[in-house]
Design a protein around this ligand. Structure first.
Ligand code: SF4
Length: 329
């Protein structure tokens, strides 16, 4: 099953909650947010039913996200209900130490933890919470339980650009693969400006000589190897978008399907699900959406002469589905 640009649907990001226990400057910089109504949130059983409809049309990899997914009670129960070749979790790590073992035992394969700084004060400033210690404990727990993990670092000029080496050496010490992510102008990034983006080429310059590794496939990160053998990645969504290989759909916690991080409209799957549609009917809906898909949001953004935030604060207040923390990053 291919979209209009010949791309298969192979991976799904499922947001289990729009809530988060951090307020990172690049994602949730405002004081107040409009949350999704609780009655609209899918139960774990409903998520599992939709997930298997996605599996029926070709999805092989599923990633649980949020908001912060570990804020949702007993996430391991959902993990037990999901059967995928690759089942991963992206978390800010704060609640991970207490849950890593149970999640692994439930069948989770991989964990990615967001880590933008190793300095407690900077963490407090950037995320407006004092939680670095818990994050580092979470990373340790993930290393113990899963052997290895990924770390995601959003690099912002003037904020954490001076920590690239420290972060790499920390990643080495916990057997993690670090990925530097360019600051993106997605919904919710209302303070974004081009000047604050540290580009892929600047990151490479600062990190020093590194050999590109082959075999990227549809993965968002390009991977590189340092002379000492350490491997790291760069997700250059802003300056070198990779939409032509994008095989990803997103499902929000209230059951809306988005086919691009920059899509302004989604397709409601909750209503048909709650109306009792069969698995085959739900799969048919997903198929129809994917086959009509022509999204290449990041590539289109890169062509703009003047680039600012993707959507205004007023639009975000009007429509929380435009927020990155709602549609699962
Ligand atoms: S911008 Fe949209 S199409 Fe491009 S890689 Fe991101 S989600 Fe995929």
């Amino acid at each position: 099953m291919l979209d209009t640009l010949g791309r298969p649907l192979e991976s799904l990001r499922v947001s289990v909650t729009d809530r988060c226990n951090l307020r990172c400057a690049y994602c949730m910089p405002e004081e107040e947010y409009r949350w999704l109504p609780r009655a609209d949130l899918l139960s774990y059983e409903e998520i599992a039913r939709l997930a298997s409809a996605f599996r029926e049309v070709g999805v092989r990899r599923l990633r649980l996200t949020g908001g912060e997914p570990l804020l949702r009670r007993d996430l391991a129960h959902l993990v037990r209900l999901l059967e995928f070749e690759d089942l991963a979790l992206t978390t800010n790590g704060i609640l991970l130490a207490a849950q890593a073992r149970e999640l692994r035992e439930a069948g989770l394969h991989r964990v990615t933890v967001s880590l933008d700084t190793l300095r407690p004060e900077r963490f407090r400033e950037l995320a407006r919470r004092d939680s670095l210690e818990q994050v580092l404990e979470g990373i340790e727990a993930a290393r113990r339980e899963f052997g290895t993990l990924k770390l995601d670092t959003v690099v912002m000029r003037g904020v954490n650009e001076d920590e690239l080496e420290e972060l790499l050496s920390y990643a080495r010490s916990v057997n993690a693969e670090l990925r530097f992510i360019e600051y993106m102008d997605v919904g919710g990034a209302t303070r974004w400006s081009h000047e604050k983006v540290l580009s892929r080429s600047e990151i490479l310059e600062r990190v020093g000589p590194a050999e590109p590794l082959a075999g990227r496939g549809s993965a968002p990160a390009e991977r590189f190897q340092l002379p000492d053998g350490q491997v790291f990645g760069i997700v250059a969504s802003t300056t070198a978008p990779f939409c032509s290989d994008c095989d990803r759909a997103r499902l929000t916690a209230d059951g809306r399907l988005f086919t691009c991080l920059y899509a302004t409209r989604g397709t409601d799957l909750r209503e048909p699900l709650r109306a009792g549609e069969s698995q085959a009917e739900l799969a048919g809906r997903i198929r129809a959406v994917w086959q009509a898909r022509g999204d290449r949001g990041a590539e289109e953004r890169a062509l703009l002469r003047r680039r600012g935030s993707f959507v205004s604060l007023e639009e975000l207040r009007e429509n929380p589905h435009l927020e990155m923390h709602t549609r699962g990053g």
